[in-house]
Structures are given as C-alpha cells and as structure tokens.
Design a protein around this ligand. Structure first.
Ligand code: PMP
Length: 385
C-alpha cells in the first residue's frame, strides 16, 4: 500500500520543475517605501499599501487604543457576541466614502467576495465573469453553484453576445469584475458594464480592492473615477491595501446589506473583525478624507515612473491606468531571474508567474511615500538589465 500523502511530494516536484514554486520572504520592521528583507534594506515596490498608511502612527495609535478599550478579539459572530459600536462607525464611514446607503464589513476582502456572491446567486442563475478576475471572485462563483461563463478580458462585445444568447435561460444573472485588475493594472470598462447590466436586468458586482483609496478624485474608487456614483451596483473592497489594515467590505443599498447580514455565510459564521483592525481602517478613512495630499503624491509618483519606463525601449510594459505597472517576460525562469537581479540592486519587485497570471511578468506597485530617488533608481536599474 502506498502512503496516501505521497502525492504531495510529487505535486511539489512538478511545481518546482515548471519554475512555479513559491515560498515566503520575511520583512522586518514597519512596512514602508523601504523595508528590510533578508537582512538588507530594499526599496519596496511589492506592497499594496498604496498610501503608505500601514505604518502610519495614527493608525497604530488607533489600533492600540481600541485594543486597550475593547480587547484583542471580538469573541464571536457579529450576530452573537461580536458586534461593537466601532463596526457600525466603520460601516458608516465606508458608506459615506462610497456614497452608498450602507456598507457591511467582513473579516477579509476574500470573504466579502465569496460571501456576497454565494448569497446572491445559486443553481438556477448565471454568472458572467472577466477571465482575469481575482481568485476570490472566481472561487465565489464556483461556491455559489451558479453556471459560470468567463468572457475575454474587458471584452464588452463578447459579454453582450453571451447575454443575448444566455440571459433568458436563467433566473438571475450576476456580472463579476475587478475594477483595477490586480496583476495587470488596467481598469474594467465600468460604464459599458453598467449599461449592459441595466439593459439585460443583471446585477453587477465590482471588486474595488485596488481602487479604494486610490482611484477617483476623493479615493472612493473606480465608481467615482468613471463618474458612476449613485448607479445601482454592488461594490466590494478590502481594508488591507490603501487602508493599511485588514478586512473587507460590501457597499450598496440598505436592502442589499440587510439581505447579506441574513444570508451571507462568510459574514454570519465567522468572528467579527478585531477592534484593532476596525479602528485602524476607520483612522485610515479619516486620513484619506482630510489629507488629499497622499492621493496626489501617489499619482505624481505613478506618472513619473510611467514616463521613465516608457523611455526604456526593451521593456514590454502592459497597459495600465493605476499604481500597478507590470512588464512582461518571455518565461517564468526569466521573470525569476529579473526579480533576483532587481533584489541584488536593492529593489523589491516580485516576479508573478502562472498559474496566477497567463504570462510571466514583474509587478511594480507605487506608493505615495516613494521618493523621487527611489523611482529614478528603479528606472536606472531596469535600464541596465
Ligand atoms: N480582490 C482583489 C482584486 C485582490 O487583489 C485581493 C487581495 N489580493 C482581494 C480581493 C482579497 O482581499 P483581502 O486581502 O482583504 O482578502
């Protein structure tokens, strides 16, 4: 009889052979535009902390005070012993930022996506999903039991054809899309998606994980960026990127939020967000609203780096309209090699490989706290590779 766990080792070997093996790298100290990685200080282009708030002393102080006042854990589901006034305050702040009637906070963005999707559609329903959507949207779709059809990335014409052919065969239809695509940096065609959703009586769920605090004049996200505030849709986001904390949210109508509180398994059957995470996210939203200079600085950095990278003729830069800038490499091995060369030069910008993405690349994410010298060094090192 063979060992029933033998296959794990074989599977790992296959992953190694394809150059797809992954392992963790330890960061020491506070997160920031520079971090200590493997004992060396490197410029950090690998973080989703777009506004540099994860190490901000005001978020840290808010988390400490909330922990002292309310304890480390929230001790139960929000529907049992886990609800605090702080949760309500954060939900009102998110709804106010997004200009929606209401919001609901989950323990992570991943849980918000799978919980909302599984609550909104089931076996008799159809999901149409962009092929480059985040794993949490894809797995939420599978979990829901609905029929899932992926449409080509941002292809509104193909989506419309699918709607013409399929819509009438299903009870409800849900269109799923990232607003900023996390591994490419481009944006979904939101106004056209909203028009199609209205025309075919579909719900539209937009994942604003990389857009919250980043896109739009006030950092409310791509819905604001595209001038779609107030239109009917379901917005999901995370508290873990520009908001520097941990957790996720759904923002939308009172009815939607009330329904999710009653029907979303990953909200009902999990412990409420910790007081520290809740307070830190609330402090971040207050900073975003009162100090627009962080958002302005982030975009100055994005535009400066984009200008410098466009001057490098051999760099295959992917189209991007966000602080995520990626360039393609012919293979996973070459992406790993470039990632290594960057690290040797004091720059942390990781290789992203299949199966996460269809083609290997280096992913650069900008922060408001990057200095001009950091950006110029990245461009100079890439020019020499
Ligand atoms: N959606 C997208 C587009 C993401 O990039 C991520 C995080 N990588 C998530 C959802 C999940 O968010 P969280 O980290 O809060 O679980």
């Amino acid at each position: 009889m063979t060992d029933p766990y033998d296959w794990l080792q074989h599977s790992l070997l296959t992953i190694h052979r394809a150059d797809w093996y992954r392992s963790v790298q330890t960061i020491h100290g506070l997160p920031g535009a520079t971090v200590v990685l493997g004992g060396e200080e490197v410029i950090n282009f690998a973080s989703n902390d777009y506004l540099g708030l994860a190490g901000d002393e005001r978020l840290i102080a808010a988390a400490v005070v909330a922990t002292q006042e309310f304890g480390t854990g929230s001790t139960g589901s929000r529907l049992l012993s886990g609800h605090r006034e702080l949760h309500g305050e954060l939900e009102r702040a998110i709804a106010s930022l997004k200009q929606t009637e209401d919001a609901l906070v989950f323990s992570s963005g991943y849980l918000a996506n799978i919980g909302a999707i599984a609550a909104l559609v089931g076996k008799r329903d159809l999901i149409l999903s962009d092929q480059y959507n985040h794993s949490s949207l894809k797995n939420g779709a599978i979990l829901s039991g609905a029929t899932v059809i992926e449409y080509s990335h941002c292809d509104v014409t193909e989506l419309k054809t699918q709607l013409h052919q399929q819509r009438q065969n299903y009870r409800r239809c849900l269109i799923l899309t990232d607003s900023v695509f996390s591994m490419d940096g481009d944006l979904c065609p939101l106004p056209a998606l909203l028009d199609l959703a209205e025309e075919f009586r579909c719900m539209l769920l937009v994942d604003e994980a990389h857009a919250t605090g980043v896109m739009g004049a006030t950092g409310a996200g791509c819905v604001e960026h595209f001038g779609c505030t107030g239109r009917q849709l379901i917005q999901i986001g995370t508290l873990s990127k520009a908001l520097g904390s941990l957790g996720g949210y759904v923002a939308g109508s009172h009815t939607l939020i009330d329904y999710l509180r009653n029907r979303s398994p990953s909200w009902i059957y999990t412990t409420g967000l910790s007081p520290a995470d809740t307070a830190a996210a609330l402090a971040a939203i207050n900073i975003i609203r009162q100090e627009p200079q962080h958002l302005m600085q982030l975009w100055q950095n994005v535009n400066y780096l984009r200008t410098l990278l466009l001057e490098l003729p051999n760099l295959k830069l992917l189209p991007s309209a966000s602080p995520i800038l990626c360039f393609q490499l012919p293979s996973a091995a070459e992406a790993l090699q470039v990632g290594k060369q960057l690290k040797q030069a004091g720059i942390f910008a990781p290789a992203i490989r299949p199966p996460t993405v269809p083609t290997s690349r280096i992913r650069i994410s900008l922060m408001a706290t990057h200095k001009t010298t950091h950006i110029e060094k990245l461009a100079a090192v890439l020019n020499g590779i």
